[in-house]
Design a protein around this ligand. Sequence first.
Ligand code: URA
Length: 434
Amino acid sequence: MTFRMPDFIEKKKLAREHSPDSIEQFIKSLVANEIPDYQTAAWLMAVRLNGMTDLETASLTNAMAQNGEIINLDDFPNSADKHSTGGVGDKTTLIAAPLAAACGVPVIKFSGRALDFTGGTLDKLESIPGFQTSLSSEHIKKQASDIGLVLAGTSKNMVPADKILYSLRDVTSTVDSIPLIAASIISKKIAGGAANIVLDVKFGDGAFMQKYDDAKSLANSMVSIGTKLGKKVRAILSSMDSPLGQNVGNTMEVIEAIEVLKGNGNDDLVELSVELASRMVALSRGDDDFDSIKAEVLNRISDASALKKFKSMITAQGGDERIIDDYGILPHAEFRFSYTAPESGFISKIAMRQIGNLVRQLGGGRLKKDDVIDPAVGLRFFKWKSYPVEKGERIVDAYYNDKQHKELIESTLKSAIETSDSQGEITPLIREII
Ligand code: URA
């Protein structure tokens, strides 16, 4: 039957199920540039509002992966990959990937850009002068053999459907959809070729899935689709109700990741990064002795071998490796504003979505498809949820380049950060492993 986009949109508007064949035709037309953005955006919103069945999600994932280049990593049968569903200040890839690589696991990872209020690994890496994220498959394989660590963007030909959908979702309020996130992530993992995949599925205010139960459904959906498509998959459910580590913002997150690899990380960031890296190593080796793997991973920080891996990767991808010891080479913002506690008490809430959006508005993310990112802007936290604060004590520093942003920063932080008399419940960062 001839594919007609208005009929396809209408069907989802009425919450009816698409056939695998119609989804395949949609993706083929999409990547052939035959569908205008406004029709794709209308369909995305219909999916966001009416959802998709498991069969539709699996068909969409498969069609997205198959209609593009698939990297053959047969030479690296133990390779591992990790992917986060998106968070605020989540720089764990920059830490977990070199840690796993330093344990001898080849890590060939295809990362994404900032999406909505969340940050993206590619944008962070590109704040390193000279660093290239667009690599040929020959380069990727050579670098994987030479140093066992590659952090790249998907090439033009890999999952082209995701590139179109991702950038439209970013600006049409259609990101927070379980089937769209699952298909976006798993299609890239299939095309990326790694045999072992660890997913960091976030929940809470700074995640696309605010409720734990929704995050768990997303995790189950991705584990099930990935497993059906022949991958070994683990998912970690982690909270995004407080900043992860200290910094939010591209350059600032790169610096913080380097500090963790130097042994100077905040406990929560180290905990999650080590958990992710250990799961990658365990899956890759098929080894259940998780405690000894975790100890090995921690050693890769103390013996500085993970830092060395990160440095070799920067050089191999054209970046200036001197940034490891000289942060002055990185872009820095012109202005700083310190936000202090208006009263004494405990920090009862940090509205992470507002925090992510603030960094986006300062220039750290995109508001329109073609916006250029300012790598230098960001926030540095000194207090987190449930921490005690004295009136006047510094909670967060904002770094910005546009003088006029000062008011926005002050008013946003005032409404995003709440204090109260009681400490409230202290919740664990890692809630469950699937
Ligand atoms: N990360 C992705 O790669 N895709 C999404 O849709 C969300 C997070």
